[in-house]
Design a protein around this ligand. Sequence first.
Ligand code: G4P
Ligand code: NA
Ligand code: NA
Length: 193
Amino acid sequence: MDLLKNKILSEGIALSDNVLKVDKFLNHQIDPELMVEIGKEFHARFKDDKITKVLTLESSGIAPAVMTALNFNVPAVFARKRKSLTFTNDLLSAQVFSYTKQETNMISVSNQFIQPGDNILIIDDFLANGEAAGALISIVEQAEANVAGLGIVIEKSFQSGASILKNRNYRVESLARIKSLTDGTITFAEDTE
Ligand code: G4P
Ligand code: NA
Ligand code: NA
């Protein structure tokens, strides 16, 4: 998606070899017009899939997820991050391991919002090692719903998440795929890579 790639090149900062800062339009300040276009693009890619809900993880996934859901005319649901492991039987939960923080956190969705028979499009802002995506998939499957695919705003193709998900036969549609952030330079992967 050229609009997004140009935004990443003009406003993104390669903070290190593996972290891209996009606080100007995605992770802190949000560009609404870009979010509208992102929603249209995910809709175009999954329009034949009979999506019944969009699922994301708070907080940065919410803006692209809502704009996507608007185009499908379905609700957007966001998993909440929970600090306690307290068991409650109306929650679908899964663990997310954070490499940067070296800790495991629970995320949860009320079972009233994902039901058997739902066809779920998972949206997230970043795909790095696939921990958050894997947890969202687990929640959908616990609900006996179907994962139609994953829509990712920015995939870091040099990390393991995209290949793990594709090896598990999930459809991954990433709007920008970053091959490298080495030496402060942002390099995109070709569509064939
Ligand atoms: P890691 O795999 O790179 O170690 O990331 P980790 O799971 O620890 O995720 C920490 C947060 O960082 C996640 O957001 C994730 O989406 C985000 N993230 C991962 N790689 C990048 C990156 O290169 N740039 C930016 N800007 N974010 C990245 P989160 O904690 O769920 O926060 P939020 O959704 O509230 O923003
Ligand atoms: Na984030
Ligand atoms: Na995120």
